[in-house]
Design a protein around this ligand. Structure first.
Ligand code: SF4
Ligand code: F3S
Ligand code: FES
Length: 233
């Protein structure tokens, strides 16, 4: 089948403004959008730039807007989006070139929630025991691959990249609800900042965009409840 792919193009070092370039190519319904971009780059236009690494939905590097929705190019099939496809960079981050954006502000926000395990007790002889019930409290939020599909689909982030954003909240949740960790109170203070969860207006774009199907809005709700309850202080 013939597939038409219209791609956002912009090289800030050369172009006065962004434009779109349309490519036609042969493909099949199980081709992934990443396969199409590779074919364009390999056979039609070597100047096209995009990020990719694993090609299997694990590294999180190929988030882009495909027909207006944030998705991973390596997990999006032609049969999911049709044969007329528009590909653009994710929103709210500076375009470096074509589909490549500056992920700096996204990772700065991620680091602010201290996304690492904190426990100052002496190490136990064996493992730090955790019951299946306690683990289940944060199981969902362990699945994040830091692709930024969620944060860059959130209107609050489009308003300001200082807004911590859903990905940072997901990763704060992962540690705040881990009963082996000892810094829940500190992290709750961080997500309670003026650029924190109060700027989430339950828009749900983040949950719809997440390629790992993490229930992000639910997790943010749990953070808000923990702040109200003061349970984790
Ligand atoms: Fe990507 Fe989902 Fe993690 Fe957001 S929560 S960065 S959409 S994997
Ligand atoms: Fe944004 Fe998700 Fe909240 S899209 S407003 S973080 S529910
Ligand atoms: Fe790694 Fe798509 S290339 S997630």
């Amino acid at each position: 089948m013939e597939i038409t792919i219209k791609v956002f193009r912009y090289n800030p070092e050369k172009d006065k403004k962004p434009s779109y370039k349309t490519y036609k190519l042969e493909g099949i319904e199980t081709d992934r959008v990443l396969d199409l971009l590779e074919k364009v780059k390999g056979y039609q236009d070597g100047t096209l730039s995009f990020r990719r690494s694993c090609a299997h939905g694990i590294c999180g590097s190929d988030a882009m807007r495909i027909n207006g929705m944030n998705r991973l190019a390596c997990k999006t099939l032609v049969r999911d989006v049709g044969t007329k496809i528009t590909v653009e960079p994710i929103l709210g981050l500076r375009v470096i070139k074509d589909l490549i954006v500056d992920m700096g502000p996204f990772f700065d926000n991620y680091k602010k929630v201290m996304p690492w395990f904190i426990n100052n007790d002496p190490e136990p002889e064996k493992e730090r025991y955790q019951s299946p019930k306690a683990r289940a409290l944060f199981d969902d939020t362990t699945k994040c691959i830091l692709c930024a599909c969620c944060t860059t689909s959130c209107p609050s982030f489009w308003g300001s990249d200082e807004y911590l954003g859903p990905a940072a909240f997901v990763n704060a949740h992962r540690f705040i609800f881990d009963d082996r960790d000892q810094a829940a109170g500190e992290r709750l203070k961080i997500v309670n900042d003026v650029m924190g969860v109060s700027r989430c207006h339950t828009v749900f774009n983040c949950t719809l965009a997440c390629p790992r199907e993490i229930q992000i809005t639910k997790a943010i709700g749990e953070l808000k409840m923990a702040l109200v309850d003061g349970k984790l202080d």
